[in-house]
Design a protein around this ligand. Structure first.
Ligand code: GLU
Length: 493
């Protein structure tokens, strides 16, 4: 059976940092478009000028590219249905608002904010849900035209049906029936001539030939309005997919600003840029977010290519998903293990550089097999590998003292180890381990005591990748210098 190519879009408002919710919708959009041989589009919904944040649009484009979700059409790359920034499309919305007015589906409204506020207060006093009272709905068209000609400020409101019901069909949730009495005449064009989301998104989805609208379930409330607008124009509806919401890690309630701040304290974030800085990989983030709302097994490890094999919109689920950062760790660590050595090296380098370390590429390639299994996030490479790129390490004196021994005894062990290593022509693992183990045997010490001192002396830390392999990479001269430094420290104690 041949499938019709889908045209999908991610339509974020540039009002803050790009977050997980946007990434997840973009992923599903991307998968559906690629799977069906269609296109994935980025549209910037920037008509709420008061909320637009400088730099937010760039952050969205950078975020999508970092995730590997390259769009086929968008504000910076153009495309056949542009412009892709809503503030550059205002005439299109104005023309469409006029069509609705002419067809009797919308009307100009001259109510001032003060008047609307008063009406709202009174409704609340009467314990009614605040709604537009319909003052201008009944204005005669020539009266409205006169007031417009007089220069009065006005909005355009959509005229909602007042009788019967609206049945809106969501692909995951089925038919959603709303009594039209509960619906409200919403503003679709503001006094500044810019549209609200309700008009702009509907017009653009039609003009851009979007076949599937995937979006957050926060839009379910105005879903009946949106289908009424589409029908008023006489257009075909796209397939509507309202995705699940994210819950707090506790599973109780929606993810809030407070929860997001707490996550940051714990070394996590729901913002894409932060995730990148915290050392999460696009593969880990995508795998993790894919499964929050997609009914495949919760621990399925998948790259985007593997997701493409399995993705269908029918397998998405509307049930809310609690954010579980431990799972993010799990997926991230798993994907780090799946990267090639060269790829991982390229990704780790900026984290070392960020710490002011001069990275030698050949050394970096050598340490990857030693540290890879220990990394949960990419920036863990600092705790496990910074000492490879430092001129000197600064061990804590007390950590140089082996368990059960004192400083003097520990210094003696360090001196013996120094002699053994200095006697070797090179410091390869094969050459160093046997004589050091022989020394452990004959001295009656235990291996942890001897190797513990050597570890702290050569790496500057108690926990490190395997000792002999690490010493081999550090090199003979540097190792000996570091051990000598440890002897000096111990002798002074
Ligand atoms: N601009 C809307 C938002 O950022 C987009 C919703 C949609 O995808 O239609 O929430």
């Amino acid at each position: 059976m041949s499938v019709k190519p889908a045209r999908t879009r991610i339509a974020p408002s540039p009002t803050g940092h790009m977050h997980l919710g946007t990434a997840r919708v973009a992923l599903y959009d991307y998968l559906l478009a690629k799977k069906t041989g269609g296109q994935f589009i980025l549209r910037i919904e920037d008509t709420d000028l008061k909320r637009t944040v400088p730099g937010a649009e760039q952050e969205i484009m950078d975020g999508l590219r970092w995730l590997g979700l390259q769009y086929d059409e968008g504000p910076d790359i153009g495309g056949p249905h542009g412009p892709y920034r809503q503030t550059e499309r205002r005439e299109i919305y104005q023309a469409h608002a006029k069509v609705l007015v002419d067809k009797g589906h919308a009307y100009p409204c001259f109510c001032t904010p003060d008047h609307l506020d008063k009406v709202r207060q009174e409704q609340m006093k009467r314990k009614e849900n605040p709604h537009y009272d319909g003052t201008c709905r009944v204005l005669a068209p020539d009266e409205a035209a006169k007031r417009i000609a007089n220069g009065e400020a006005y909005t355009i409101r959509f005229k909602m049906p007042q009788d019967g019901v609206t049945v809106a069909h969501d692909h995951l949730r089925g038919d959603i029936t709303t009594d039209n009495k509960q619906l409200n005449d919403q503003v679709i064009l503001k006094t500044d001539g810019l549209p609200t989301y309700h008009l702009a998104a509907i017009v653009d989805d039609h003009e851009m030939q979007i076949t599937h609208v995937m979006r957050g379930s926060e839009w379910l409330g105005t879903f009946p309005l949106h289908v009424n607008i589409v029908r008023a124009f006489g257009w075909d509806e796209p397939t509507w997919v309202h995705l699940s919401v994210f819950l707090k890690p506790s599973g109780k309630g929606k993810m809030s600003k407070r929860e997001a701040a707490q996550a940051m304290k714990d070394g996590y974030s729901i913002f894409i840029k932060d995730m990148q800085e915290l050392g999460f990989t696009p593969e880990g983030v995508l795998n993790w977010s894919a499964l929050m709302g997609w009914g495949v097994a919760e621990d399925d490890v998948m790259t985007v290519n593997q997701m493409l094999d399995r993705f269908t919109i029918d397998s998405l689920t509307p049930s809310p998903a609690a954010i579980n950062f431990q799972k993010l760790d799990h997926f991230n660590a798993t994907h780090i293990r799946l990267l090639t050595t060269e790829d991982l090296a390229t990704r780790l380098k900026p984290y070392f550089t960020r710490e002011g370390l001069a990275v030698q590429d050949d050394v970096l390639l050598k340490i990857i097999p030693l540290i890879r299994e220990r990394l949960t996030t990419l920036d863990d490479c600092i705790s496990f590998g910074a000492f490879f790129f430092k001129d000197e390490v600064t061990p804590l004196p007390e950590e140089l003292i082996a368990k059960g021994l004192d400083a003097k005894q520990s210094a003696e062990i360090a001196r013996r180890a120094y002699q053994i290593l200095a006697a070797q022509p090179d410091i390869s693992h094969e050459r160093c381990e046997p004589p050091l183990r022989a020394y452990v045997e004959e001295s009656g010490l235990n291996a942890n005591q001897v190797f513990g001192i050597l570890r702290v002396a050569t790496t500057g830390q108690k926990v490190s990748p395997p000792l002999f392999e690490s010493m081999e990479i550090i090199g003979r001269d540097v190792c000996l210098r570091r051990i000598q430094n440890a002897i000096d420290i111990l002798e002074k104690m």
